[in-house]
Design a protein around this ligand. Structure first.
Ligand code: NDP
Length: 330
C-alpha cells in the first residue's frame, strides 16, 4: 500500500474548507488509491468549529483518511506536509481600503511561508486560494525561498471550469467534451477567459469553439464578463461566496498537477512567469499549462491576436500594481 500523503488546508473551518476536506478524504484530489493525512489550520476564534469539522471527518469513516490534525499552531500544521492548500485569508470587509486588506494578508502569508519553509516536507507543492490569490502566492514565494518557485501556484482553475461550463451550456454539449479554454492573468475581474484555442469533441471529430458558437459578439463580450463576474453572481444568489465549486476546482488543480493532464489538453494555473507570452517575469500569472510527472509547463507557441494581447497586458498590469502594493506593506 502507498504511504499516506499529508495535505494541509488553512482556513479549514471556513466555507471552502468545509467543502474541500471531505473531497480530499474521498480521494478526489490525489486519487482513489492514495491514503491521506489531513492537517487543518485555522485561527483561535474558529477553533471550536474546526474541532467540529474534525469530528465529522471521523464520523464519515473515510477509508483513505489515515489521520486528522486540527490546530491553530502554524508550526504543527505545516509539519511534514506534502501539499499545502492555502484557503485562509483576511476577507475584504465593507469600507476597507485595498491596502489594509493587502497588509493583513501579507502578514498572514509571511508567517505561513516561514512555517512551510522550515517544517514542510521537501518538494512541498503549494496552492493559494485566498484572495488576492496571485499576490498572496508571490508573498509566500518570497518568504519560503527554499521551496522551488515551480512549487508555488494559485487557483484559476475555478475560472477555467466556469469557462468550460459556459461553453457547454451555450452549445448544449457535455462539459467533458469542451477542452483547452485558457484563463490568462489575475484571479480577479481583469482575468481574460480566452476561447481562441478551445475545442469541442464531436462525433465528426474536434471542432473549434469559435466555429461552433458562430457568435463572436457573444464570445467577445457576454461570455467574458459572465466568467469574470461569476463569483459576484454566486454571492448574489447564495448570499455566500462560491464554495463547492472552489473546493472542486482546488481538487482538480492538485489532481492534474500531481497525476498529469491528459494528452492534447491543458488547464489553467497561476504560476511563476518566466516571461512566456511577453508577461513580465516574477509575477504569478495564470497560463495554460500541461502537467507531467508532477511538473507543470507553460504551453508554448499559441497565436495571440490583438484583442487577446490587450486583455493579457491589462491583467498583467493589475498584477504589477498589486505586487507594488504588497511590497509597500512589507
Ligand atoms: P471562504 O472559505 O469562503 O473563502 C476563503 C478564501 O478563498 C477567501 O479569501 C476568498 O476570497 C477566497 N477565494 C478565492 N477564490 C474564491 C472563489 N472563487 N470563490 C470563493 N472564495 C474564493 O471564506 P470563509 O470566511 O468561510 O473562511 C475563511 C477561513 O479563514 C475562516 O475559517 C477564517 O477563520 C480563516 N482565516 C484565517 C486567517 C489567518 O490564517 N490568519 C485570517 C482570517 C481568516 P474572497 O474573500 O475574495 O471571497
Amino acid at each position: 500500500e502507498k504511504e499516506p500523503v499529508t495535505v494541509l488546508v488553512t482556513g479549514a473551518a471556513g466555507q471552502i474548507g468545509y467543502a474541500l476536506v471531505p473531497m480530499i478524504a474521498r480521494g478526489m484530489m490525489l486519487g482513489p488509491n492514495q491514503p491521506v493525512i489531513l492537517h487543518m489550520l485555522d485561527i483561535e476564534p474558529a477553533l471550536e468549529a474546526l474541532k467540529g469539522v474534525k469530528m465529522e471527518l471521523i464520523d464519515a469513516a473515510f477509508p483513505l483518511l489515515r489521520g486528522v490534525v486540527a490546530t491553530t499552531d502554524v508550526v504543527e500544521a505545516c509539519k511534514d506536509v506534502n501539499i499545502a492548500v492555502m484557503v485562509g485569508g483576511f476577507p475584504r470587509k465593507e469600507g476597507m481600503e485595498r491596502k489594509d486588506v493587502m497588509s493583513k494578508n501579507v502578514s498572514i502569508y509571511k508567517t505561513q511561508a516561514s512555517a512551510l519553509e522550515e517544517h514542510a516536507a521537501a518538494y512541498c507543492k503549494v496552492l493559494v486560494i485566498a484572495n488576492p490569490a496571485n499576490t498572496n502566492a508571490l508573498i509566500l514565494k518570497e518568504f519560503a525561498p527554499s521551496i522551488p518557485e515551480k512549487n508555488i501556484t494559485c487557483l484559476t482553475r475555478l475560472d477555467h471550469n466556469r469557462a468550460l461550463g459556459q461553453i457547454s451550456e451555450k452549445l448544449n454539449v457535455d462539459v467533458s467534451d469542451v477542452k483547452n479554454v485558457i484563463i490568462w492573468g489575475n484571479h480577479s475581474s481583469t482575468q481574460y477567459p480566452d476561447v481562441n484555442h478551445a475545442t469541442v469533441a464531436t462525433s465528426n471529430g474536434k471542432k473549434h469553439v469559435r466555429e461552433l458558437v458562430a457568435d463572436d459578439n457573444w464570445l467577445n463580450s457576454e461570455f467574458i464578463t459572465t466568467v469574470q463576474q461569476r463569483g459576484g453572481a454566486i454571492i448574489k444568489a447564495r448570499k455566500l461566496s462560491s464554495a463547492l465549486s472552489a473546493a472542486s476546482a482546488a481538487c482538480d488543480h492538485i489532481h492534474d498537477w500531481v497525476l498529469g493532464t491528459p494528452k492534447g489538453t491543458w488547464v489553467s494555473m497561476g504560476v511563476y512567469s518566466d516571461g512566456s507570452y511577453g508577461i513580465q517575469p516574477g509575477l504569478i500569472y495564470s497560463f495554460p499549462v500541461t502537467c507531467d510527472k508532477g511538473e507543470w509547463n507553460i504551453v508554448q507557441g499559441l497565436k495571440i491576436d490583438e484583442f487577446s494581447r490587450e486583455k493579457m497586458d491589462k491583467t498583467a498590469q493589475e498584477l504589477i500594481e498589486e505586487k507594488a502594493l504588497a511590497n509597500s506593506c512589507l
